[in-house]
Design a protein around this ligand. Sequence first.
Ligand code: BGC
Length: 379
Amino acid sequence: MMKKYLVASLVLFCFLSIFNMACSFNNTNKNAMDTASVTTKNFGTLEGKPVTEYTLTNAAGMQVGIINYGAILTKIITKDKTGALGDVITGYESIDGYVQKGNPYFGAIIGRYANRLAKGAYKVDGVAYTAAINNNGQSLHGGLKGFDKVLWEAVVLPGDSSIQLSYVSVDGEEGYPGNLKVQVVYTLTENNSIKIEYTATTDKTTVLNLTNHAYFNLTAGKSPNIYEHIVQLNANKYTPVDSNLIPTGELLDVKGTPMDFTTPKKVGQDLDKVAGGYDHNWVLNKADGLAEIASVYEPISGRYLTVATTEPGIQFYTGNFLTGTLTGTKKGIVYNKHYALTLETQHFPDSPNQPGFPSTLLKPGETYHQTTVYSFSTK
Ligand code: BGC
């Protein structure tokens, strides 16, 4: 009897040891192959709730920071041509910087309506609405408390390379109809792309135009301006604006004008020929669906950024309103005029008031989809 027990225990022991070995082998293997990771950091508190910074890192060492306030991209750390890492977007050390008055939407998700609505006024199904006015008598980037100034619910998705952020904008918020459920998923891929996927649904017809407002300086702080950045935009036309930066409704040819970026051109080449600097929407040469439509090359660092989107337009803005007065900036950097540029993929500004522009209406039963991909490499 005793002998039987001994043999059984020995067999069980051997089985467990082999099982254990197999398991730890599997784990080691898994860790060696699956190197994407997410770490979290306390970024401060707001309205009594914690603000958390999620850092996604891929196997190549690229890092992307995202916070649950404004679904903001706080950092994009990529290699230059020598392999040195540097942060290529503007931002602040903590939440205090992001909530300061005059923060120009660094890295934020913009909604419900990216860019301007003339006098905030628009109609949906013949009913007049007024979006909150916050910019020279116009409504800019969603109004007084747009999607860039609210807390989102953040979840790390399986695989450790994506963060999902959700927000419910209630009926009437900032002058927009319908309860709108919005989701944004940021993914850092193994080939150094940041994919931003937006979805939204509503229970009343509303207008919707979402974008991300990251400001890029591909020198990672080595140059205080973007004059030497070489930009290319796949766009034969742009939407000219009036003195309030509201589109006139025309689509003008870029050919032979300072707006022509159809072949790569230094930002500084024609910048002073454009009153106030570049702050316009370009009409992308593309059909429906995801397509690569813009690139930026910075020769000193060798960094190369390409932009692909499903959207019909892009706001190329050269940081004309940066004044060097923002506090709590990363490493104390002074963000002066033209320090960085934005490439905001979007529907055209003021579309609800422009019958000739693609529609920005979202109806109950429909799902809004937008995808934009920022891809980094060197050359
Ligand atoms: C607008 C600028 C505005 C900036 C906010 C851009 O999208 O086109 O006019 O000043 O955002 O910082």
